[in-house]
Design a protein around this ligand. Structure first.
Ligand code: GLN
Length: 304
């Protein structure tokens, strides 16, 4: 099978211009002021193959926060540090048909977070870091990602200030519900750690490097942990759209509300895309379009 770098640049440019037309139908998130001021025209794409070949399109200097794309890496880190049994005592592995910040899903489940790719699950996992070290718990994950992922993520302090400047009653209520039900001990510090992790930022090249971590799984990472993370990206990574995307495209994929998308093509490479306008489910319109075109043209679905 040909890897995702087998495409020629003309083809990628043609899809990019279609993607940008489609992105006009998307919206910028309104609950994080700094994200709402992003340009809908910003675009970057990086495809990296296991053979070391790359394709970079658009503006590879743009820096953006990972937002929810940090969730699979938070999970991976904790699996490596704590093992499957301890982690999955705290969070489930079931998909949810509700939005990523749904409180009603959590209440319906008696406060049990369904999976690590939605806010309730990630806030619970962030609490493991903050329980260990409330001031610098997130720093160990940050350092770990930069070391093993060979990337240069930084904490975007202005983005963090923007996140904190605007009340997020959903996330606050989720954290309180988790604490009330005994799934975490300290709601405020768990949410603070979660927000910091969401504001780890980098370029499209950094994002592709992170993706390679799930593909190459360098020691001491265990391949079973990378496998678990990729499976959960497939079933839960795009929230309510995960099932549809699995059928139509078939690649483990995670999105973030900043407009970033990361897809892993097992054994072959990664596709990372950044374009801020989002669809109704909070996934980048152009990002998902690009992944779909590339996957279909090369028949990359894991189910093929
Ligand atoms: N920080 C964002 C939030 O909690 C992350 C969500 C996302 O990227 N989908 O709302």
């Amino acid at each position: 099978m040909e890897g995702p770098t087998a495409l020629n640049t003309e083809q990628l440019h043609a899809w990019t211009s279609k993607a940008m037309t489609r992105a006009r139908s998307g919206q910028l998130p309104d609950y994080i002021p700094r994200l709402s001021r992003a340009s809908p025209h910003w675009f970057a794409l990086q495809i990296t193959g296991v053979d070391g070949q790359t394709h970079t399109l658009g503006d590879s200097c743009l820096q953006f926060p990972l937002m929810s794309i940090v969730k699979p890496f938070l999970l991976l880190y904790l699996l490596c540090q704590w093992g499957e049994e301890s982690v999955f005592k705290r969070v489930g592995i079931e998909p949810s048909s509700e939005p990523y910040n749904s409180l009603s899903q959590l209440q319906h489940d008696q406060g049990w977070p369904r999976n690590p790719m939605i806010n309730s699950g990630a806030i619970t996992l962030a609490s493991i870091l903050s329980e260990t070290d409330s001031t610098s718990g997130y720093q160990s994950l940050w350092n770990w990602l930069n070391y093993y992922g060979h990337c240069q993520l930084f904490l975007d302090e202005r983005m963090l200030a923007s996140v904190k400047s605007f009340p997020n009653p959903r996330n606050e209520a989720i954290a309180r519900e988790l604490a009330t039900r005994g799934h975490l001990t300290e709601a405020v510090s768990a949410l603070d750690t979660y927000n910091r992790l969401c504001c780890l930022s980098g370029t499209i090249v950094d994002l592709a490097h992170l993706g390679m971590l799930l593909l190459e799984c360098p020691p001491p990472l265990q391949s079973s942990h990378c496998h678990t993370v990729k499976a959960l990206m497939t079933t839960c990574g795009l929230y309510q759209a995960s099932g549809r995307f699995a059928v139509q495209v078939g690649l483990p994929t995670k999105s973030g509300v900043s407009g970033a998308v990361l897809s892993v093509v097992p054994h072959l490479g990664v596709i990372a895309c950044y374009s801020p306008p989002l669809n109704r489910e909070g996934n980048s319109v152009a990002g998902l379009f690009m992944v779909e075109q590339i996957a279909k043209a090369l028949d990359l679905s894991i189910f093929s």
